[in-house]
Design a protein around this ligand. Structure first.
Ligand SMILES: [Zn+2]
Length: 194
């Protein structure tokens, strides 16, 4: 979700940290706004295999490399209902959340907070999201579970599940703010900087 970087890295293999699994992680280039994969609904995940586990590990690595707190599969060019979230920025291993085929089943309250997106680097805007969100999902093995999030985590759930439905945070901004950002991106693209 929120980003601190303004550029995405080319695809490179990095060595895992000490004690991590032996396979080098693939760092994906994050797809930017304008790519149609970001604006179409993603497909339900039906196969829970080693490839899915590998993708989850690579998505976490890519998210940390980009200093994000959430990353949805369409943002790495894969139109499937999978997202990874870690609002601790990699500080707490237990904060790593994998949601496969997630669905919001309950939402309460409202919080207006600034939001950003790794696919729309350099732009932020205020978005109203629920304060508490309960999500029903499957883990990487296919087992169903429910998880409740508050504040930033609730926001991350909403933002990432939006991605799986082809919705970007821009769609929650006022038309004025949204058009302003779109115009600036258009200009950047013309200058070859997007
Ligand atoms: Zn995003």
């Amino acid at each position: 979700m929120a980003d601190k970087s303004t550029s995405s890295e080319p695809i490179t293999a990095v060595q895992p940290a000490e004690g991590a699994a032996a396979a080098p992680r693939k760092i994906y280039t994050i797809v930017k706004y304008g790519d149609p994969v970001l604006e179409k609904p993603a497909a339900t995940v039906k196969k829970f295999d080693a490839d899915l586990e590998q993708l989850v590990d690579d998505m976490f690595a890519s998210m940390y490399a980009a200093q994000g707190v959430g990353l949805a599969a369409p943002q790495v060019g894969k139109s499937i209902r999978l997202t990874v979230i870690d609002v601790s920025n990699g500080k707490h291993p237990e904060a790593k959340i994998v949601l496969v085929n997630p669905e919001i089943i309950d939402a309460e309250g409202e919080v207006r907070e600034e939001e950003g997106c790794l696919s729309i680097p350099g732009f932020r805007g205020y978005v109203i999201r629920p304060q508490f969100v309960t999500v029903k999902a499957q883990n990487v093995k296919g087992d169903p579970f429910e998880i409740r999030g508050e504040n930033l985590l609730a926001r991350a759930f909403c933002h990432e599940i939006d991605h799986l439905n082809g919705v970007l945070f821009l769609q929650h901004l006022s038309m004025l703010k949204r058009d302003l950002i779109k115009r600036k991106i258009k200009k950047l693209r013309k200058e070859g900087e997007w």
